[in-house]
Design a protein around this ligand. Structure first.
Ligand SMILES: Nc1ncnc2c1ncn2[C@@H]1O[C@H](COP(=O)(O)OP(=O)(O)OP(=O)(O)O)[C@@H](O)[C@H]1O
Length: 323
């Protein structure tokens, strides 16, 4: 009887925690797709029964796209075996087209480009929130579609622009990156993300409750907690998607440097907004209209006089106009 009661209590307690977590996620995330992603479900994409055994730590974590095409709102391109009867999708402008790039393991790449160029769509495909419709997308030489989703999630640490914070303590929010992390490891990740000092300056330090939707924190503080969480997860591939946009340039630079140092053996694909902070990266990919139009290091791209040089000039003028 005691055992049954204890079990019942644990189940109820577990269910209550799960319900609270779901309410947290739904409140804090808003978008159903993101919600499903956070709670580990996927709306339409399931594991292929023939998924490959993939050890995120076993293979060097290269990323390769070969003539990738993707358009929102249509399903995967019918294969030849579907025959003539396959329905033709309605015409829509391709979001990504003919996207070809190889990012060797360990390289630190910044992806830049005008709004709507397809940068976040590329990040969504890497996480397999959608399947590519044409071409190939490979991680460590495995097609992303053939990797078990648990392995894929372990391989990637994505830091979105809008961090999901739970109404829990700062410590718990960072630990979400790796549930078995020690406090020392959490503090080290927070130091690397340049948020340890501000956390200690709060009356309750790491025990501070972040408030509904993290409202007790500024946008920049929330972003730094998100980065600490990703540092703690320490996946072989780190993908910050405009993850430092709410920070001032100096804090952003500090984090970019720490990212490059801390991620010495990791692959980094960072969607960057502020061009002045991408100098620390090994390589810059410039996207426009769903394609990569320039590829190189910042000084070369500036000299080349193309889109990057134009964006650089505009941002510099914007900065000086604001100062
Ligand atoms: N879920 C979606 N459904 C339909 N169209 C979308 C969706 N998400 C993005 N798009 C469209 O795809 C194109 C590329 O968007 P994406 O967000 O990838 O660009 P981006 O380069 O990241 O832009 P930004 O710098 O503004 O974030 C845009 O035309 C956008 O309107």
């Amino acid at each position: 009887m005691v055992i049954v009661s204890a079990l019942t209590f644990r189940i109820l307690h577990g269910a209550r925690d799960l319900a609270l977590a779901l309410v947290d996620v739904v409140q804090h995330v808003g978008h159903i797709e993101d919600t499903l992603r956070v709670i580990g479900l996927r709306p339409t994409i399931a594991d292929d029964p023939a998924s490959v055994a993939f050890d995120p730590w076993g293979d060097p974590s290269s990323v390769e796209l070969r003539r990738v095409a993707f358009t929102y709102g249509i399903s995967r391109t019918p294969s030849e075996s579907d025959g003539d009867a396959a329905p033709r999708p309605p015409f829509r402008a391709e979001t990504l087209r003919d996207l070809t790039v190889r990012i060797p393991a360990g390289q630190k790449v910044a992806v830049v480009g005008p709004s709507g160029a397809g940068k976040s769509t590329l990040v969504a495909l890497l996480q397999r929130l959608y399947d590519v419709q044409d071409g190939e997308l490979l991680i460590s030489n495995h097609a992303v579609a053939a990797i078990r989703q648990d392995d894929l999630r372990a391989a990637l640490a994505v830091v979105p622009q809008e961090i999901t914070l739970f109404h829990r303590t700062i410590l718990e929010n960072i630990r979400f990156g790796r549930p078995d992390a020690t406090e020392e490891e959490i503090h080290a990740a927070a130091r690397a993300a340049n948020c340890h000092d501000f956390i200690l300056s709060l009356p309750d330090g790491y025990g501070t409750l972040v408030g509904e939707r993290g409202t007790k924190l500024s946008g920049g503080q929330r972003q730094r907690i998100g980065i600490a969480r990703a540092f703690l997860k320490d996946s072989p591939i780190l993908i910050p998607d405009e993850a430092t946009s709410a920070l001032d340039t100096e804090s952003e630079l500090k984090i970019q440097r720490s990212l490059v140092q801390r991620m010495a053996n990791r692959t980094v694909i960072a969607v960057a907004h502020r061009l002045s902070t991408v100098a620390a990266f090994d390589r810059i990919l410039v996207m426009q209209d769903g394609r990569i139009v320039e590829d190189g290091i910042a000084p070369d791209l500036r000299r080349r006089g193309g889109l990057f040089a134009r964006m650089w000039r505009l941002q510099a003028e914007g900065l000086s106009a604001a100062e």
